[in-house]
Design a protein around this ligand. Structure first.
Ligand SMILES: [Zn+2]
Length: 330
């Protein structure tokens, strides 16, 4: 077990002790902690309290659960998702939830150990990405640093939600979970599932139609490798500056490869991560003489977007607009 997971397990056992000793009240008011988007009113509600690790699962639970769920997002606004680890207070919130939704071992490596450590205090949980991640990072010279140290992002690509068709598939298992917990509202959840899946089918077909008309089919991303599933779905060639999770430092050889590709493709734009710091994209853009277009990989959202009630579908439609512009589509 990695050291960070040992810390998670120790904290979880401490949380279990606090609950067992009655020092943490069950379903008490945990006071409008806005950073975690937790409502004040979890106590006394007959809604299913759902805690989600990432924004796509937050929105999916909200879209399917509607009036009968109280959904919260574990990530504080704007925080980078891959390096996130839950605090003891997050663990208490997870232990008191009716359902905990996360991606899987590659994105939340702490989740499984946390659930096991919570024992009988663990909520129902679902790892939506289990068995779905298929893209494997190809190790090559570009992805090794000067010391030939293994790249930190080997393994399976966890960013399954960037393909709207895969995202639509995940709505089913989530609805099944809600029906299991709250069978009285099965018809309600299933009706919302049908509606939402229909709008995701439309989203997928809009992506497909628009992206099959482009003059360019290669897109270069000055962030981590988050859009592999989107690229695969719509037959685009995709290169990113980093691997499956954001690196603190960029590999100079990799950046040289990207500048060469931007020149080769005669690109007018480089794409960059919405919530990431802009330095890398700006350096590449200046070097090659291209402009920057933002893409939102939707792991998390800003405080403003959260307040405005932004949805996965809105984020993806904005991304489609950016891709159409950058790749010169009709
Ligand atoms: Zn990511």
């Amino acid at each position: 077990m990695k050291q960070r997971n040992i810390i998670i397990v120790v904290m979880a056992l401490l949380v279990v002790s606090l609950i067992t000793w009655g020092l943490v009240g069950g379903y008490s008011n945990r006071g409008g902690d806005e950073a975690n988007n937790l409502g004040d009113n979890i106590g006394g509600t007959d809604k299913i309290v759902v805690v989600t690790s990432l924004f796509p699962w937050y929105d999916l639970a909200r879209q399917i659960g509607g009036d009968y769920v109280e959904v919260s997002l574990l990530l504080p606004p704007g925080v980078e998702a891959h390096a996130f680890e839950p605090t003891p207070s997050d663990m208490i919130n997870i232990s008191q939830a009716g359902l905990f939704i996360y991606t899987g071992d590659y994105l939340e490596p702490w989740a499984k150990d946390l659930i096991i450590s919570l024992g009988k205090n663990a909520p129902e949980s679902i790892a939506l990405g289990d068995g779905l991640a298929q893209i494997i990072m190809q190790e090559d010279a570009d992805h090794e640093d000067a010391d030939h140290e293994e790249h930190t992002n080997t393994g399976l690509d966890p960013h399954i939600w960037t393909d709207p068709a895969i995202y639509a598939q995940l709505a089913g298992p989530l609805a099944t979970e809600l029906v299991k917990i709250d069978p009285d509202h099965a018809d309600y959840y299933n009706a919302r599932l049908d509606n939402y899946r229909q709008s995701l089918v439309t989203l997928d077909s809009d992506f497909y139609q628009a992206l099959s008309t482009c003059q360019q089919t290669e897109f270069i991303y000055a962030g981590h490798y988050a859009f592999g599933y989107l690229a695969k779905r719509y037959d685009l060639k995709y290169e990113a500056a980093q691997g499956f999770s954001p690196d603190a430092e960029s590999n100079p050889q990799r950046l040289k490869t990207l500048t060469d590709l931007l020149k080769k493709y005669q690109a007018d734009y480089i794409f960059a991560e919405e919530l990431d710091s802009p330095q890398l994209a700006e350096a590449l853009a200046q070097e090659v003489g291209v402009d920057i277009l933002l893409l939102n990989s939707a792991h998390n959202v800003s405080k403003e977007d959260m307040r405005a009630g932004i949805t996965y579908e809105e984020i993806m439609r904005t991304n489609l607009g950016q891709l159409k512009l950058g790749l010169k589509c009709q």
